[in-house]
Design a protein around this ligand. Structure first.
Ligand SMILES: [Zn+2]
Length: 221
């Protein structure tokens, strides 16, 4: 194993784990009870635990290229992200789902540039962001807006999952759309009224809201 990786493992075991030992033991004995499902991009610059100041047991995370959500199509393929959504909602009873896109996303950029011919799975997977693409010349501004439109698109798909829709209607689950700006360390939040992303405290809605503003709203504006 790479020396650097070994050193990192040793640092965890010698420096960090002892401080967390009792917490880990409780999480094993009592099980995990996270309240948040975080759907994020695999990008190495997106670090959910840092962003949300969280530790063991606090976030249930699924990451993939582009933070995409496949449709609930009941085709029973190898849909890891769909399985994670089902597990989080039905087994863990999470109360919030965050779909977190980010600036400078390689998956979103790849929507505008054909992937290598050998990357057949990537080409197929990128179809999940295709509807977010803008008919404009590629620019940084267009990429930021496409990243945001893609988050809205994934939220729309999430609402096609029967267990997600049902729990939203019951006021037990809320969805959030985020756009993380890597260089600034800021999160912009989807405002469901305008379809725009605004600084952090706008666009939030919680379980129990009388009328969930996401229901019936065309997010992809
Ligand atoms: Zn990305």
């Amino acid at each position: 194993m790479d020396d650097e990786i070994v050193k990192r493992l040793q640092r965890f075991q010698q420096r960090y784990f002892p401080r967390l030992r009792s917490q880990y033991r409780s999480l094993v004995e009592d099980g995990q009870h996270p309240s948040v499902l975080f759907i994020g991009c695999s990008d190495s610059r997106v670090v959910p635990y840092l962003m949300l100041d969280s530790g063991p047991g606090e976030l249930f995370i699924v990451r993939n290229v582009g933070n995409f959500v496949p449709p609930f199509d009941a085709s029973l393929g190898y849909h890891g992200t769909a399985a994670a959504v089902e597990f989080a909602v039905l087994n863990l009873n999470i109360s919030e789902i965050i779909v977190c896109g980010h600036s400078h996303c390689g998956a979103v950029r790849a929507l505008y540039v054909d992937p290598p011919a050998e990357a057949r799975h990537m080409a197929k997977w990128l179809e999940l962001g295709r509807d977010a693409v803008l008919p404009v010349t590629l620019s940084e501004e267009a990429l930021r807006r496409t990243e945001q439109r893609s988050v809205a698109l994934q939220l729309e798909r999430l609402m096609g999952y029967p267990m997600v829709r049902r729990r939203m209607e019951e006021g037990r689950l809320c969805l959030r759309g985020w756009h993380y700006l890597i260089a600034e360390g800021k999160v912009l939040v989807l405002d469901v009224e305008s379809g725009l992303f605004a600084p952090f405290d706008a666009g939030l809605h919680r379980p129990g809201d009388k009328d969930d503003p996401l229901a019936g709203v065309d997010l992809l504006q």
